[in-house]
Design a protein around this ligand. Sequence first.
Ligand SMILES: Cc1cc2nc3c(=O)[nH]c(=O)nc-3n(C[C@H](O)[C@H](O)[C@H](O)COP(=O)(O)OP(=O)(O)OC[C@H]3O[C@@H](n4cnc5c(N)ncnc54)[C@H](O)[C@@H]3O)c2cc1C
Length: 436
Amino acid sequence: MMDSKKFGYAIASTIEAEVVVCGGGVAGAMAAVAAARAGASVVLVERYGFLGGNATAGAVAQFNSWQTANGRRVVAGLADEVVDRLRHHGGAGEHATFVMSTGHKMDRVEYAPEVLKLVLDDMLQESGVRPLLHASVLDVAVTGRQIDALHVLTKSGVVELRARVLIDASGDIDALKRAGATFLELDDGEALQPATMMFRFGPIDFERFDALSKDEIAALARRGYDDGQLARAALHSSRDPFSNDGWFNISRLGIDATDAMALGAAEIEGRRQAWKAAQYLRQCVPGCEEGQLRAFGTQVGVRETRRIVGDHVLTSEELLLPKQFPDAIAAGAYPIDIHPAAGGELRYEGLGDDHAYQIPYRSLIPIGFDNALVVGRGVSATHSAHAAIRVMTISMAVGQAAGVAASIAAKGDGKVRAVPMPVLRERLLEDGAKLG
Ligand SMILES: Cc1cc2nc3c(=O)[nH]c(=O)nc-3n(C[C@H](O)[C@H](O)[C@H](O)COP(=O)(O)OP(=O)(O)OC[C@H]3O[C@@H](n4cnc5c(N)ncnc54)[C@H](O)[C@@H]3O)c2cc1C
């Protein structure tokens, strides 16, 4: 009998930087760019060969809620630059108002996910961020409250990244999970929001499709759902800026996406649901008769997994007040939008016409660590507060703030709680961000 293999690994190489960002979704990409522009040396680690996360691999294709219902801008800064650059390539439309199935009015920018990959590449390279693509979190070295190094698995073996500050932007907060961080639990009656396999469908006769009234759309969606053709009673979609195709957000996969087997099964089930939905569109929805399913998302889009326990846990009550925070580093106006894990209607709490809320810096700081920050959908927020602040506009704004904060901390001893709030907030305002 052969000896069983001993596991353990050797470090193939070590990279040093002031700031390491783990995960290149929109939150991580903005954090890396902001940190580099603020003067830090930055490495961005990403498991895929491109950036964007849900925004590209998940093909979400629309940035929602830049402003309150009555038009007061609450997100700008780097997020605006992303849209400007997308438009430069023809890859994004104008800010447009649209009315949700719930009747709530919001604004959005539809964009082409493939162009966003290019835009994020450009922003990274121009700002001097060193990207380490095709690199997945393997482990984290910790001494007490200090993250010493992130180990990632790459084609070249295990790479060790040593930095003064780690920003975990992996959505699932995989790095801090390995570091032993504490995460929020769901309360009784709550379930993780479902994942969705987005799909591209076209051509669509948009003159006829867009002419459908809200009631007609609701009736078509309900019929498809009752007949078992649609997993979600909705026809929610965004238009590709280059063609007469749309990206449809109408599948529903109630999983914990940090469970590897469940995630893989959801990819397969998601493609089945999307295929069936595309047949329903062709057969029953005016304007869609000539359409074909042209592409699936590279992976299912994941709305919610781990949320960190931070120095401040943001609640929906605070968003609805809205509570003013002295350490506000970003703002938002997206409503509380909870997709049920299976079937059922959205839980949707619209906001008043001029209602915006703030996100405090303390919600980015994981308890138990001195030199780490969390951005994007893993920020410290209750399930219902997360349902509002998870969107890409807010994720980009929070990412920008964390990047600047990390660069300030990295010039000292890396301690993120020592970042002076007036300095951070002033710097963000100078850079065009909105703080609410
Ligand atoms: C179906 C769906 C529809 C949505 N609709 C909208 C909408 O209409 N408008 C809107 O604004 N927002 C929408 N959202 C929300 C929004 O897309 C996300 O909340 C947002 O993109 C989160 O960004 P993020 O950067 O925090 O995370 P992610 O996009 O999840 O990015 C995480 C990144 O980390 C990488 N990563 C993960 N694990 C590892 C690892 N172990 N090692 C290395 N890298 C890793 C991933 O590849 C990814 O690039 C939607 C989300 C979904 C799923």
